[in-house]
Ligand binder design. Structure first.
Ligand code: CP
Length: 304
């Protein structure tokens, strides 16, 4: 495949190739080799219509470590404010010679549409409430590094599933890789389509926690929230937050994840986020490695 738009498009062999390539690249970095010549002469455009810290910076770092030229575009301050469409923006950037376009957009499906308009590879860096495939890949990579394999591992994903592109991409990828996923959320924050997802659903975090190898907390996305879905922060935190007491009831070797940005004190207590069993900082570092692997495979190496 020329593009990476959905985690669901990855067969098991594709996903393992990306994870194994990232493992090789991590070994190269550990030998203090900071830059590889692989994508010299290629251009990666980061096309961000929505805010981002981790994803935008890590795609830039990944492309630069592979010696690609990088063009960073953010909708704020561009001609998008004058009404220029996604198509015209994309064609303008392609005319500047983009070999790959990394896109984040508030509209679910924007990367899919973009792939019909440009010749280069399209990488979905988060589209609306739909998917965030490189986040799922970096999460799987982080789990594999901490736990060994993913086959049969029990992964619990907790919180605002309704608005979470991270949850959907993780469910699809983790299922492909043989893990068993349970989503835990208030009934108002579970999407109607969840019955078609390859996972279990529970409303009782305390019942699921003791059986989990991984507990992934999701950000409560207040900016996408309707008050009817979310009556009270305190009630949410009491029933679905990972606080000190709940953390103590997890198995001793279970890990805690969060894609960031976090609402400390709401979905996750600060001391849990900062504990030795939290992978949150590792996830950010692994994000650069995974994005290097994705760009390398799409632009420079074997095709996925
Ligand atoms: N996890 C994640 O996508 O973070 P950003 O929104 O900061 O990129």
């Amino acid at each position: 495949n020329r593009h990476l738009i959905s985690a669901g498009d990855l067969a098991k062999d594709d996903a393992l190739l990306i994870l194994d390539t990232a493992e090789e690249l991590a070994r190269v970095s550990e030998r203090s080799i900071k830059k590889l010549p692989t994508l010299r002469g290629r251009t990666v455009v980061n096309l961000f219509f929505e805010d981002s810290t981790r994803t935008r910076i890590s795609f830039e770092a990944a492309a630069k470590r592979l010696s690609a030229d990088v063009i960073n575009f953010s909708a704020k301050g561009s001609s998008v404010s004058k009404g220029e469409s996604l198509k015209d923006t994309a064609l303008t950037l392609e005319a500047m010679g983009a070999d790959a376009v990394v896109i984040r957009h508030s509209a679910s499906g924007a990367p899919h549409r973009l792939a019909n308009w440009v010749h280069g590879s399209v990488v979905n860096a988060g589209d609306g409430t739909h998917e965030h495939p490189t986040q799922a890949l970096l999460d799987a990579f982080s789990m594999r590094r901490r736990l060994g394999g993913l086959e049969g591992r029990k992964v619990t994903i907790v919180g605002d599933v309704l608005h979470s592109r991270v949850a959907r991409s993780n469910v699809l990828l983790l299922h492909t890789l043989g893990a068993e996923v349970t989503l835990v959320a208030p009934p108002t924050l579970v999407p109607v389509s969840v019955g078609t997802w390859p996972c279990e659903v529970s409303y009782d975090l305390d019942a699921v926690l003791p059986k989990s190898d991984v507990v992934m907390m999701l950000r409560v996305q207040k900016e996408r929230m309707n008050a009817a879905y979310f009556p009270s922060e305190r009630e949410y935190s009491r029933r679905y937050g990972l606080d000190r007491d709940r953390f103590a009831r997890m198995p001793d070797d279970a890990i805690v994840m969060h894609p960031g940005p976090m609402n400390r004190g709401m979905e996750i207590a600060a001391e849990v986020a900062d504990s030795a069993r939290s992978t949150i900082v590792e996830q950010v570092a692994n994000g650069v490695t995974i994005r290097m692997a994705v760009l390398y495979l799409l632009l420079g190496g074997e095709t996925t």
